[in-house]
Design a protein around this ligand. Structure first.
Ligand SMILES: C[S@@+](CC[C@H](N)C(=O)[O-])C[C@H]1O[C@@H](n2cnc3c(N)ncnc32)[C@H](O)[C@@H]1O
Ligand code: SF4
Length: 455
């Protein structure tokens, strides 16, 4: 394929589309369970007993300053006065679940602290949160404890505390090392800061270090990617999340602080991704799914190879631990056939907890079709292939071959009688391929923008 053909293919598939951390995607949730129904879904998932323990995700929204690209639910603050009340609220939320599910100790397979910036909490605050959670659950022997950190605010004391509590996986926000890019996104951090947290974590026994990188940031060029990749490959994290910058200023007004003309788009943005991918592959990393790479020694790569890898609101995980309890403001829970999201406003979250209510703001109970399509989208996202027959068929899939025909003609999927495989060339268009399975999107295209571009 020549450059003009590649460019035409890219333009054809550069549309707004979801990242499919859930199906149905959040904007299409339309059947919120009430508290009683949500608890019933959780009980069913817990009884199923087919999971290596449940999962807990704790959202810690606090950050010292706003990175202007940020699409996460954050609360910028300098004061620590609001931290302990928040920790208490999260622990109360967990206690409400245990009480209402009538379980003395939840068997836990996975705990993830995300944000925001969990290491905004000082060691005493972090300790109170972890003591509270870990004291209320029964950790499974293989349990995985992980945390997202901002290297600019992460200290050796916090890392020691995390290691003592059993954390072995850590994810550092790196984004880009080019000073011009760092300046415009208000995220100035040095290679030395990232190196120091990486080395200290490894010394303390963390055996999987992930870096979050972003392509498509304002002012980013091929030279910025080269500079970032040289430093990253030298530091050699076990995993890399290489996110396409999601420009959603109608949801995140902070992103209006730079001019859109400075954003690499379409072909230019894709070229940045390809350059980064080529550098990572040359350094021994393997692409394991949408936006994610790992060294062949990392457990996520092994999970990808063995077919146990899962994708949820936190990205890719090694196993489908279920149910997932989301604690804290805006956190999302998953009971396999139902989702809920907590209040996104901190004040509302506190008020609901003070009234001893589960702070559910919205959610979705999956109907039979949703459940089938969820499995297909999950298969594609985690295994690059899926098969539709028997229990995995639903009328929406009757003409799936027709919807996938254009992808097959463009060499992005291989169609079989009752299944499809994403080709090597198709990996970069995974979101578009999943969109062919998205009945809700097909039935009601959004009137206003909901998703970022897929390129
Ligand atoms: C919630 S942040 C947590 C990390 C930590 N607060 C830090 O910044 O170091 C998780 C990751 O989401 C990614 N991210 C945030 N906003 C994004 C956007 N608009 N587009 C793509 N990725 C984004 C960044 O790579 C970031 O490291
Ligand atoms: S990228 Fe991280 S530190 Fe920056 S605003 Fe978002 S959550 Fe906070």
């Amino acid at each position: 394929m020549n450059a003009a053909e590649r460019s035409a293919r890219l333009a054809k598939y550069d549309v707004a589309g979801p990242r499919y951390t859930s199906y149905p995607t959040v904007p299409y949730w339309d059947a919120t369970p009430d508290e009683t129904q949500w608890l019933a879904h959780l009980r069913t998932a817990l009884r199923a007993g087919d999971s290596p323990g449940a999962s807990i995700y704790v959202h810690v929204p606090f950050c010292r300053a706003l990175c202007t690209f940020c699409g996460c639910n954050t609360r910028v603050t300098r004061t620590h006065a609001i931290i302990m009340p928040y920790v208490q609220a999260v622990l109360t939320e967990l206690a409400l679940y245990r009480e209402r599910l009538d379980i003395a100790q939840l068997g836990l397979g996975e705990l993830h602290l995300g944000g925001g910036t969990p290491t905004f909490l000082d060691p005493a605050e972090l300790d109170a949160l972890l003591e509270g959670i870990l004291g209320a659950v029964q950790l499974r022997p293989e349990a995985r404890l992980s945390i997202e950190v901002d290297p600019r605010v992460t200290t050796a004391e916090q890392l020691r505390l995390l290691a003592r509590h059993g954390f072995r996986r850590i994810s550092l926000g790196v984004q880009d090392f080019d000073p011009a890019v760092q300046d415009i996104v208000n995220r100035v951090q040095s290679v030395a800061q990232v190196r120091s947290v990486t080395e200290e974590a490894r010394r303390l026994g963390f055996n999987s270090v992930n870096y979050d990188l972003i392509y498509g940031l304002p002012f980013q060029t091929g030279a910025s990617i080269d500079l970032t990749m040289t430093a990253v490959c030298e530091l050699r994290p076990d995993r890399i999340a290489l996110y396409g910058y999601a420009h959603v200023p109608w949801i995140k007004p902070g992103q209006r602080r730079f001019t859109e003309i400075d954003l690499p788009e379409g072909r230019d943005k894709r070229a940045l991704y390809e350059r980064a991918r080529d550098r990572l592959e040359a350094a021994g990393y393997r692409e394991i799914g949408l936006d994610h790479f790992a060294l062949p020694t990392d457990s996520l790569w092994l999970a990808a190879r063995e077919g146990t890898m899962h994708r949820n609101f936190m990205g890719y995980t090694e196993a489908f631990t279920r149910p997932l309890l989301g604690l804290g403001v805006s956190a999302i829970g998953d009971a396999v056939d139902a989702f809920v999201q907590n209040e996104k406003d901190l004040q509302q979250y506190h008020e609901r907890i003070a009234r001893r209510e589960l702070p559910i703001q919205r959610g979705h109970v999956l109907n039979a079709e949703d459940q089938v399509l969820r499995r297909h989208i999950l298969n594609l996202m985690t295994r690059m292939e899926t098969r539709w027959s028997g229990a995995d068929a639903t009328p929406f899939l009757d003409d799936i071959a027709t919807r996938l025909a254009a992808f097959a003609d463009d060499g992005l999927v291989e169609l079989e009688a009752q299944g499809c495989k994403v080709t090597e060339a198709g990996r970069g268009f995974l979101r578009n391929i999943c969109m062919a399975f998205d009945a809700r999107l097909a039935r009601s295209s959004p009137e206003r923008p909901l998703f970022s571009q897929t390129a």
